[in-house]
Each structure stands twice: as C-alpha cells, then as structure tokens.
Ligand binder design. Structure first.
Ligand code: PRP
Length: 219
C-alpha cells in the first residue's frame, strides 16, 4: 500500500517544447504523466510514481526553473543548460537528460559581418551574458539589446545587426531569411537539485534521480 502521508517531492519543469520530450522519460521512470498532459491552467500538478510515491510538478517558464530550485521551493528541476549559462546559480546538476538538444548561435542575414564594424555591433538577444562572453573573447565591441522573444525580428526591422539565440530545427531562421553565422555552444536539458534539499530528503529524492537516470539510459 502506498504511504498516503509521505511528503511529495517537488519538481520544477518547463512548460513548452521540452515538456513533450520529457514525458517519455518520466513514463520510463514509472511516473504517471497523465496530470502533465491535461489541458489545464493549473500550475501545480500532483501525481505519483508506480510505487505510490507522491510528486508535485510546478509548471514554469524555463528561465524560472533554477530560481525555484535554488530557493528550495522545489527539490529538483529540469532546465536547459542555456539558462544555467546565462546566470550563475548555486545548484547541483546530477543528470544530463539528452533531450532539448539545440545550439546557441550568432545569427543574422546571410553574409552579415560578425566582426568589428568601426562601431559596436548591435546584438539583440534573450542571452546577454552568453553573448557578451562570446564577443568579449573575440575582442569585438557589442551593444546588447535584451528582447524576450521573437528575437529573429530584430535584424529584419533594424533593431539590431545580429541576434544570439537558440537554434533547434533552424526553421524559424529559414522562414525569416536568416542563418547561423557562428556557433557558440551546444546545450541540452539537465536535472538540477537544491543542494540542501537533496541532502535533507535523500531517501525521497535520490531514488527519483536514479529512476530518471535509468529512464534516460532506456529511452
Ligand atoms: C526559440 C528561439 C527561436 C526558436 C528556434 O523561440 O528563440 O526563435 O525557438 O527554434 P527552431 O530552430 O526549431 O525554429 P521560442 O519558440 O521559445 O519562442 P520565442 O520566440 O517566444 O522565444
């Protein structure tokens, strides 16, 4: 009989495209994913593992996942490395999931220069830190313009010379007449953990990490 008084383990997950790829891994880890696939505005989805261990999933914007885990509002989280590269967090990273694979790249109109132009290059991006590190390493002065989405619009409208963005299938670039000009890095999704939370609740959290690791190996 499952212990109904057991405390639920809380896992922060991103809504959106990574969630679709995450579902088979969760299913292989013997987690009931039905509450995650339900069309609903509920932000906390309660479920169980096959052995009856209670779980709570927090449905978040990807950028917010590490924050919830770092502050202990969730014990585990699933997030792209791009988010971890953009800001520094004090988190434990016990597992690579091998999903959400994409690259971070400098993109623009075909043939656009990515070197100094006699003025700072204007770069629109959701990733100003990653962009700054990349151009600093190459000694190229840049002016960074933060945008929250539809980044590909920036070079098309004169807002910026170039963008630094995530490229997964390349379809958004293609449909907007842009291309990858320089690769920065490859990223994929990882499990992150709250350092203290994992220690305090090891008997609940570690079996879950182990089940996810086996599921990744089997998926
Ligand atoms: C991301 C990214 C690109 C697109 C790349 O945007 O910023 O625009 O996906 O994917 P593709 O190479 O498969 O086309 P997202 O879909 O998260 O939406 P956003 O523009 O609102 O940030």
């Amino acid at each position: 009989m499952p212990d109904s008084s057991a405390r639920a383990t809380t896992i922060a997950i991103p809504k959106g495209r990574v969630l679709k790829q995450l579902l088979p891994i969760l299913q292989n880890a013997e987690i009931d994913t039905e509450p995650l696939t339900r069309e609903s505005r509920k932000l906390i989805r309660a479920t169980r593992t096959r052995t009856g261990a209670p779980l709570r999933f927090l449905m978040l914007k990807p950028d917010d996942v590490p924050t919830y885990v770092e502050y202990g509002a969730a014990e585990l989280g699933i997030v792209g490395r791009d988010v971890l590269l953009e800001r520094s967090y004090d988190l434990f990273v016990p597992l690579e999931l091998g999903i959400g694979r994409c690259r971070v790249a400098v993109c623009g109109r075909p043939g656009e220069k990515t070197t100094a132009l006699g003025r700072p290059l204007r770069i629109a991006t959701k990733f100003p830190e990653i962009a700054k590190r990349h151009f600093d390493q190459r000694g190229v002065p840049v002016e960074l313009i933060y945008v929250g989405g539809s980044v590909e619009l920036a070079p098309l409208t004169g807002l910026a010379d170039l963008i630094v963005d995530i490229v997964e299938t390349g379809e958004t670039l293609r449909q907007n007449g842009l291309e990858v000009l320089e690769d920065i890095c490859e990223v994929s999704a990882v499990v992150v953990g709250n350092r203290v939370g994992i220690k305090l609740a090891q008997e609940r959290v570690q079996p879950l990490i182990n089940a996810l690791a086996s599921a990744v190996a089997a998926t």
